[in-house]
Design a binder for this molecule. Structure first.
Ligand code: ATP
Length: 247
């Protein structure tokens, strides 16, 4: 379908088309298309823009990533499809490892998502040889790599499933999530939740990393410690309610 550039929903329609194509190619799971639709609905209520609570969360996320000894960015099919280049840029800026980790895990799909990232320029993508398990989480979603998520201190999980986010927190990881749904278990379990659309959120974190890179550890720790995730989620909920009330 040819979408005219003048169409008011041009970006959304183009994104849907790209996701649909990558679903045909087996990078995006079909259920990933449904998750995307849920995200779009929340973004509509936010006026499809980044709010101050998401800016603050992006700074807290950058502080957490810069303070980490072994930060890992977890990539699923939707993340690779929607923001592959952006997540690679974030990985380079921190620097942090990229690990492919899927809800609907199969060796073939892991390979397709990893190959997609490599086609976009990623190096050293982890996930093909997952020899470890996240404790207290049903297989096969628990599979992870020794040098990546298993030994990470900070895990960045854009568009994560609630079970795994909670299991990562129980396992002692600092969890940074991107999730447009402030009510989701992921949003509530994470230490830092950026309630913003992925393609806006990831470049914001990269920009914050560049801005804060030379800050002393004490200053970074202050940003991380002062951040109030519950307060940010409540603000996101209010912003959505306001968006609906003004309709
Ligand atoms: P949970 O299991 O955490 O309680 P859930 O069942 O909604 O929540 P999923 O179905 O795995 O979890 O959905 C992933 C989440 O990602 C959804 O909450 C959705 O709002 C969000 N989401 C989808 N697309 C985007 C996007 N492009 N940017 C940010 N968030 C998104």
């Amino acid at each position: 379908m040819k979408v005219p550039r003048t169409h008011p929903r041009y970006k959304s329609l183009k994104t849907r088309e790209a996701l649909s194509k990558l679903s045909d190619e087996g990078v995006v799971a079909r259920t990933g298309l449904i998750a995307h639709g849920r995200g779009e609905a929340f973004d509509y209520m936010l006026g499809e823009r980044t709010h101050p609570f998401a800016e603050r969360a992006a700074s807290a996320a950058a502080a957490r990533l810069l303070l980490a000894k072994n930060p890992v960015l977890s990539v699923n099919g939707n993340v690779a499809a929607l923001a592959g280049k952006e997540i690679i840029a974030l990985g380079r800026a921190v620097p942090a490892k990229l690990e492919v980790n899927l809800f609907h895990r199969s060796e073939a799909r892991i390979e397709r998502v990893a190959a997609h990232l490599e086609k976009l320029g990623a190096k050293g993508v982890l996930g093909r040889k997952a020899t470890r398990l996240i404790p207290a989480l049903a297989q096969p979603r628990a599979h992870c790599t020794e040098e990546g998520i298993f030994s990470a201190d900070v895990v960045f999980v854009p568009l994560e499933d609630g079970d795994r986010a909670e299991a990562l927190v129980r396992f002692g990881k600092i969890v940074v999530a991107v999730d447009l749904n402030p009510l989701s278990r992921t949003a509530r379990a994470a230490d830092v939740t950026i309630v913003d659309e992925l393609t806006r959120a990831v470049p914001n974190v990269t920009a914050a990393v560049s801005r804060m890179r030379r800050w002393p550890e004490k200053r970074l720790r202050l940003v991380a410690d002062e951040y109030d995730n519950g307060g940010a989620l409540a603000e996101a909920g209010r912003a959505m309610a306001k968006g609906l009330a003004e309709a």
